[in-house]
Write a protein that binds this ligand. Structure first.
Ligand code: BYC
Length: 328
């Protein structure tokens, strides 16, 4: 076991009661009244399964998401940027811990979740399978990926599962600070020398499609949205979240005199909807299924950490035993 706390063993009567229409009606009525579902409440097996999938995927994204930025701590320009980046990376790991705890309340152990990440069974966010090549990439992650995450998480924090919503509320406070530091670092480049502006522009060009992918496939392709929205786990569709993001952040990019690599990107004055070139969804599915530019590298780092840190976990569980340190 990797962590303590409530393991979320389903109540004894639950497996038999899964198809009970009365319990299901009560459950759905509770959600309709805007009440939260808590770990020991009755819930349909599919609600539990969907939440585990989504929260676990989110937790893995926070942990893996720390990797591209983490490699820049030693290279961040100046002491203040280094300190801010270090604090941000630590926060992301903390978010992972909170989310693993929330997923544990549904009955999946942390060890199972880690194993599923390392075996490639569980997914994590597409965006973290791309490399951070320059400092500008770190500023784009901090500004736009954190902004995208906030759009998604503020919405999800109003959802129906108590432990996930409470974790998200806290995460959103910290993400709001991350966004400020990312925006500040991005603006410094955008308002800097021609070379700095060029670096920021190239980074925007590289990251735009992964960011468009971040909200998930378009609604007509989304597999889980309908059920998740019925149970108020998701309160906006993938397309709605993408629109919200475009609405707030495209003007902020344009006002800096930067461009986005989509000639069709514009807000339709009549429909008030953003129009854009459909991102390549084949690329998206390839990346989330393990064949992106950095998937192998990301998992290799996690496997290394899992092996080298095993003695610490064992020592915590059984402090009296003797362990061979991996570096001895
Ligand atoms: N990446 O039916 P759909 C952060 C998968 S961390 C990978 O629409 P759903 C940060 C989806 O799982 C924040 N896979 O799915 C950290 C499904 O595959 P499976 C990360 C994706 O669940 C450090 C298939 O595509 N945020 O910001 O209804 C530093 C069909 O999709 C993605 C979260 O995890 C993707 N982007 O909606 C800085 C938020 N999108 O499972 C920043 C929580 C879709 O059937 N998650 N897939 O094999 C969600 O809100 C929802 O799961 C999504 C997708 C909106 C992402």
């Amino acid at each position: 076991m990797y962590g303590g706390g409530y393991t979320g063993e389903p109540e004894k009567n639950q497996p038999q009661a899964q198809d009970d229409p009365v319990l299901l009606a009560e459950f759905e009525a509770k959600i309709d009244r805007g009440e939260k579902i808590e770990p020991r409440d009755w819930m349909p097996a599919d609600y539990r399964k969907q939440l585990i999938r989504m929260i676990e995927q989110h937790a893995h994204s926070e942990i893996i998401g720390a990797l591209p930025e983490g490699t820049f701590i030693t290279r961040a320009p100046g002491f203040k940027r280094k300190m801010a980046l270090m604090a941000k990376v630590q926060d992301e790991i903390g978010h992972g811990q909170m989310l693993y705890s929330a997923a544990e309340t549904l009955g999946k152990t942390r060890e199972q979740m880690f194993n599923d990440l390392l075996s490639g069974k569980s997914k994590y966010s597409n965006v973290f399978n791309y490399p951070a090549i320059t400092w500008a990439d770190v500023t784009v992650i901090g500004f736009l990926i954190d902004a995208a995450a906030i759009v998604n998480q503020v919405i999800n924090s109003k959802g129906s599962y108590g432990p996930y919503c409470r974790a998200l509320e806290r995460i959103c406070y910290e993400e709001a600070f991350h966004l400020k530091q990312g925006h500040d670092a991005f603006v410094a480049l955008a308002a800097g020398s021609p070379m700095q502006r060029q670096m920021a522009q190239e980074s925007l060009n590289r990251w735009w499609e992964p960011i468009m992918h971040f909200f998930g496939p378009s609604d007509k392709m989304s597999v889980h949205s309908e059920r998740l929205m019925r149970w108020k786990v998701k309160l906006a569709s993938n397309d709605d979240m993408r629109q919200q993001f475009l609405n707030t952040y495209v003007p902020k990019i344009w006002e800096l005199g930067m461009t986005l690599p989509d000639p069709n990107l514009k807000k339709n004055a009549e429909t008030k909807q953003w129009e854009f070139t459909e991102p390549n969804w084949d690329t998206f599915f390839k990346v989330i299924n393990g064949d992106g530019p950095c998937n192998k590298e990301r998992l290799a780092v996690r496997k290394w950490a899992e092996e080298k840190g095993r003695w610490v976990r064992q020592a915590l569980i059984n402090p009296k035993e003797k362990y061979t340190l991996p570096y001895a």
